[in-house]
Write a protein that binds this ligand. Sequence first.
Ligand code: AMP
Length: 282
Amino acid sequence: MKTVTSEAQLHAEIAEAKAAGKKVAFVPTMGALHQGHLSLIEVAKRHADFVVVSIFVNPLQFGPNEDFDKYPRTLETDSAQLVEAGVDLLFTPTVEVIYPGSQEPTKSAGPVGSVLEGAVRPGHFDGMLTVVSRLFDLVQPNVAVFGAKDAQQLHLINAMTKRDYPSIKIIEAPTIREAGGLALSSRNRYLDEEAHEVAQQLSAALRAGAAAVHPGGQTNPNLVIETATNALATPEAKLEYIALVDKDTFEPIENGFSGRALLLIAARVGETRLIDNTELTF
Ligand code: AMP
């Protein structure tokens, strides 16, 4: 695996791979890698011959009171894991490489960018789309892989890519979980043993909500939300939202809906903010 930091080095490596007829897959990350990230790389390898991973903690997608400064940075162990996973190229740009001019968002996430995660984290999705767009311009992949774990992010990336990068194929990779159900996340390392136990309850609430979908396909969104909310009724987890949306539009679903929906949850356990979701079919 080669590691490159500059735009020129990146271009040279990608040009060489493409000249050799290789299909390029891209997996953007913020590092602090875990099995969830590694599963994305496995998916990437199935779709391409040359896998590029980026590690960049994007200042633009963190709010002023969020954890940008203390976000885990573990480049050495990340790099060793990527070699083991068979990654071809690691791109670790500096802020100056990504934002040579001003650090202002150049993409707008629109209405879906200001609900749910976007309501709690104003500007987050504009910053996220801006960095993904910049990385797409730099890497120019044939395919890019993103996790279903960040469902609203994935929805917005799909929309932007369809509009602005129609030649890039976006692949959704399933959420990897611990045996107890907790979705893997770089932020899980902030959790002590007790908080870790509480955090398991987010996925338990999603499972409870999923079990309240009538197998006959009868839609009762309120019952699903209510069941999930009651399942999380613990003072240690501060619920921010539980919502049920149409997977294709991110609009709240109503009685009579049929199709693919997402049950989404966000909660704080101590200082740590966690999100998760599960797909339901009505
Ligand atoms: P991050 O480093 O948190 O920005 O995440 C980089 C990519 O990994 C995103 O596409 C995430 O959706 C994905 N990801 C994070 N956690 C998981 C997980 N538990 N399972 C699958 N993909 C994940």
